[in-house]
Design a protein around this ligand. Structure first.
Ligand code: ADP
Ligand code: MG
Length: 697
């Protein structure tokens, strides 16, 4: 029988299990599988054979080069291409790829953000093969997923701490499961990243320097028609966009990326792609690959894919939902399960999650902090900057019953009978949703909704994995300290106490409401870190450093480096935005407005010669002239405050300065320009407006 289209192209450009099985000797194949599936250490003896097999496979697929594909602190992926070409004596060539080249590469670390690590240590950096993520071919290049570390082993990338946090969590989760009499070979995190993005016409993109240089519009009035008719969400997909989506699916399937759902999002021009969830670090690699493909393929259709968290003010921004769960040998640990006896284990993991989020809300907020995401968090479209957990109508009563039974006489067994056995049946039909919650339980997984669309999901997952590992260990210690008691009784007490102690973070109400943000959350003592500079300092907190050091995820030096890199990125982005605004104000907007005013003046003068008066146009000319003065004045002021930023050396102080002194002037300048947009003739306005960009055929 002929294969269907998807099965035929699936994994064509991925060095997958079938390719390994076909091309590797039995012992090597088995060794490699054990590394991939069971996390066993890599035996370097197999590297030469694997490299040879990969190269032969890649050459057959038309590849000419190979690259170590890695994720520096910029968040996007990096690559340097080397051809397989080697000279072989007299005029002949050889296509070669050694085990050493597979396992280790040596890019110059000095040109990547490193938060000062490079100054302290040697400039050299290494990329190291990550066999968990399969190699793939992209544009005739064999790509080897790698981790990126410094000469002395410090992580210089997003992936290294992610892999370390997966190891830490696996170890602690296994200890919890052992107490329940289970001994899985593997416990992994599963991640399903839902990616939002905008697609606009290339001609509009090219006509806007702000979009080209900063990824977002720095000026622009709200569109006449916004998203109030709610017609775009799940609406019919435009033919051009549909063509793009089809090509994207094809390309992703060839790469073994399980693209599943695609639809229009709430805002005009906004869309979403959700894949089927996969092993944590693999899912994140695939998300990065998806983002790259989206950008590239959009150009085939005369479109540009915007992945900025907030490309258009007044219009919903784009997020990336981090659907997260734990899986033990394929069994989802956040699935309440068909049997009541599973409930206790489920409740223990649930309690660990709730405690982890409450205790490390600051770190979770930090992990999604960026200048771009500050435009989303706290606006009524994305969750607020306050981290809380949504458990839903089905689970909340169970948790409440557990907490309230604290002082009752009921035995532990009765308590189990009271609320818990009903859990699976109720939860299965749980369809309620709360879009305003940053951290929502959605039936059998958690969905962390704060990450921005442009972000590498490694950061939030490093925090989540490590924080949950800590709580798992707390449970194991709690049980060990009470080894003379019945395990069920002790575990139930742990669950009750944990929910009681962290009840404040559970919130099922409307996260957008002012009541929550200005009263209730404050009363509960939940942190509200509104801006990036406030959020980033949690990387310098002694308790947080101790947490990451304890689980071997990040050292103090590495955390400090990350702090510096993120803080610098914030200031650098704002510097570019400020300079772009000054430039656009002086060289685009003012000349355009002036030209319109000049044309009006000419026609007013011509009409005056005929004895016709033009009071409206005269008033308009005055408005335009005053507007030009205001814009020019604010552009000068913005340039001055931005130049003054150079006097700050401390990255934290610099960020605070940008937030408190530069952003307000940027906002004023934007307002001065936007005020004139509705009164200047369309032909004169120098850039496409929101109306044009967001509503194309
Ligand atoms: P919604 O848009 O309602 O949030 P979707 O169905 O679009 O939901 O996306 C849900 C995402 O969650 C998908 O990527 C899906 O694969 C993922 N997901 C489902 N189960 C799990 C799980 N156990 N672990 C991680 N992710 C999961
Ligand atoms: Mg979602």
């Amino acid at each position: 029988m002929a294969k269907d289209k998807v099965s035929a192209e699936w994994g064509e450009l991925l060095f997958d299990d079938a390719d390994m099985q076909e091309r590797l000797s039995r012992p090597t194949y088995k060794k490699l599988r054990r590394v991939i599936e069971y996390g066993e250490p890599l035996d370097l003896d197999i590297a030469n054979e694997v490299a040879h097999a990969m190269k032969e496979w890649a050459l057959e697929k038309g590849a000419t080069h190979f690259t170590h594909w890695f994720q520096p602190l910029t968040g996007i992926t990096s690559e340097k291409h080397d051809s397989f070409l080697t000279l072989n004596g007299n005029d002949s060539i050889l296509m070669a790829f050694s085990g050493k080249e597979l396992v280790q590469g040596e890019p110059d670390a000095s040109s990547f953000p490193n938060g000062g690590l490079r100054a302290t240590f040697e400039a050299r950096g290494y990329t190291v093969w990550d066999p968990i993520s399969p190699a793939f071919i992209k544009d005739e290049v064999l790509c080897i997923p790698t981790a990126f570390i410094s000469y002395t082993g410090e992580a210089l990338d997003k992936k290294t701490p992610l892999l370390r946090s997966q190891v830490a969590l696996e170890e602690q989760a296994k200890r919890v499961l052992n107490l329940f009499g289970r001994t899985p070979r593997r416990v992994i995190t599963t991640i399903g990243p839902e990616q939002e993005y905008f697609l606009i016409k290339e001609e509009d993109y090219l006509a806007r320097p702000d979009l080209r240089l900063t990824g977002r519009t720095l000026f622009g009035c709200p569109p006449i028609k916004g998203q109030e008719l709610e017609e775009h969400y799940f609406g019919a997909i435009r033919p051009t966009v549909n063509e793009f989506m089809k090509e994207l699916d094809d390309e992703l399937w060839k790469l073994g990326v399980p693209a599943k759902t695609k639809h229009n999002e709430v805002a005009p021009c906004q869309h979403e792609l959700a894949p089927i969830f996969e092993h944590g670090s693999v899912a994140i690699d695939n998300n990065l690959l998806t983002m790259e493909k989206m950008k590239l393929l959009a150009s085939h259709h005369g479109l540009v894919c915007l992945q900025h968290e907030k490309p258009f003010e007044y219009v919903n921004g784009s997020g990336k939902h981090d659907n997260w769960s734990l899986s033990a040998d394929g069994k989802n640990l956040l699935e309440p399960g068909p049997h009541p006896e599973d409930n206790l284990q489920f409740l223990v993991f649930l309690a660990c999650l709730v405690a982890a989020v409450d205790e490390h809300a600051d770190l979770l907020r930090m992990s999604v902090a960026s200048a771009g995401n500050d435009h989303r968090l706290g606006a009524n479209e994305a969750p607020p900057a306050i981290v809380s957990v949504f458990l839903g109508d089905a689970l909340s009563p169970v948790v409440e019953a557990l907490i309230n039974k604290e002082h009752a006489e009921a035995s532990e067994r009765e308590l189990m009978d009271l609320g818990v056995p009903q859990l699976p049946a109720v939860l299965r039909d749980n369809t309620d949703r709360n879009r305003t919650s940053p951290f929502a339980f959605t039936g059998n997984k958690f969905e962390f909704r704060m990450p921005g669309s442009r972000q590498n999901l490694a950061d939030p997952n490093v925090v989540l994995n490590t924080a949950v590992a800590e709580q798992c260990e707390r449970f194991v210690d709690y049980v060990a300290d009470r080894s003379d008691e019945d395990f069920t009784t002790v575990a139930m007490r742990f669950v009750r106490h944990t929910f009681r102690d962290h009840q404040r973070v559970i919130f099922n109400g409307n996260g957008y409401s002012t009541e929550w943000q200005e009263e209730e959350a404050i009363r509960r003592g939940l942190p509200n870190l509104r801006t990036t500079p406030e959020a980033l300092v949690s990387l310098l907190d002694a308790d947080n450093i101790a947490l990451f050091e304890k689980y071997g995820v990040l050292s103090e030096t590495e955390m400090h480096a990350r702090y510096v890199a993120k803080a610098e990125q914030y200031a650098k982005l704002l510097n570019i935005e400020a300079r772009c605004m000054v430039d656009m104000a002086r060289r685009l907007y003012v000349p355009a407005i002036s030209s319109y005013a000049g044309d009006l003046a000419t026609s007013v003068a011509a009409r005056a010669d005929l004895g016709v008066s033009s009071p409206t146009e005269k008033a308009l000319i005055t408005t335009l002239a005053k507007g030009i003065d205001a814009i020019w004045g604010l552009a000068d002021e913005l340039e001055k405050v931005n130049d003054n930023a150079r006097t700050f050396e401390d990255p934290g102080e610099l960020d605070n300065y940008y937030r408190d002194e530069v952003i307000p002037v940027m906002n004023s300048l934007r307002e001065a320009v936007d005020t004139l947009e509705p009164v200047v003739g369309d032909e004169w306005w120098p850039v496409p407006t929101y109306n044009k960009i967001l509503y194309y055929a």
